[in-house]
Design a protein around this ligand. Sequence first.
Ligand code: S3P
Length: 425
Amino acid sequence: MELKVNKIEQGLHGTVTIPADKSISHRAVMFASLADGESIVKNFSKGEDPHSTVRVFKSLGVNIDFLDEQTLKINSDGKLKYSSIPLDCGNSGTTMRLVSGILAGENFQSTLIGDESLSKRPMRRIIEPLEMMGAKINSKDGHAPLIISGQNLHSIDYVSKLASAQVKSCILLAGMNADGTTSVTEPYVSRNHTELMLRYMGVNLNVEGKKVSINKSKPEPRTIEICGDISSAAYFIVAALIVPNSDIILKNVGLNTTRDGIIEVAQKMGANIEILDKHETSGEIVGDIRIKTTSTLKGCKIEGEIIPRLIDELPVIAVLATQAEGTTEIRDAKDLRNKESDRIKATVNELKKLGANIEELEDGFIIQGKTELNGGCCVETYHDHRLAMSLYVAGLICTKGLLINGFEWVSISFPEFEKLFNSLM
Ligand code: S3P
């Protein structure tokens, strides 16, 4: 599907409630399926990825009913059942990697498959630690399909080279099915939704800095209310900062400190962002934020510990950086090349087409600003929802607008995206 985006002349105004967090939606279905009893999940994401997780757990014998479009009733006896059909994870890396950890210790065999993009993504990062725990996994040279023959697992003390919540969560979930204490240490702390939700569901975890430890355990059923996704809010934050005369309020945004790098970077660039209200929902910090156009943004360096806290926002941060005075340098983000697309190459290629001054680095990019974006061309999404949404935001300030080819990929995480933007125009 092609979408034409036009330059906004009057600014963005109004209030938007940010839809449910994708990472937390996945975990709610997974952990409620592992619990013995009835859980209710409220404000579940409408994105295709979390629905892939629902499909997988239904195939594993869990009773999951939609009470309405966004409310799930999950009834489980806490025991997953053998599936004779392959478990289809769609486009979702979180589904494939976390479910691998769950199934590695079951007493049956499972086959995990994914779409073309997911089948190209690296799975060795989870196969290696799971094999250290005693798992048996066959892959296609480190890629899906994964054939997992469930085994009795033993604990490990794993020191990961990657700061990855998917790797960390996979090992912790396998650890819940293993004898002894399983630990994961990361170079930097990645998103901690697994730790927070497991705790909320009564599981004992020990967190000491970058090390998380878990023993054999089972979550208890709960009612889980999912907060808004800061990664979805990021497109509105950047748009309001760079579209002249904007003033918007975003409601129900997850403000978990392992995810809030976008706010920290925007403020470092000089952005006008106000946190209006903060409260807790099902173990996560949530708030409303107000963003006003900031005409004098300045470039900055983004590297090290903040990278996992804004990893999914880097393409739209690149758009923001084109409107900041001076140099913005993004480093230590090599894993961006392993996402739904090679997001370093894709971002550089497409923003160059619009007139941005952006240079590709092995582990990030350098952007010189402030540049007027002309557009007036057709850009590609690389079958990647985050590219589609970042390019849409760029289109709002392109003097000649732009045409986005493959815009339908937004529905992977955020089907309401265009409708919510239209409500601010
Ligand atoms: C996710 C973790 C991140 C992120 C992805 C979702 C999660 O990946 O990019 O979109 O839900 O755990 P990594 O953990 O591989 O960095």
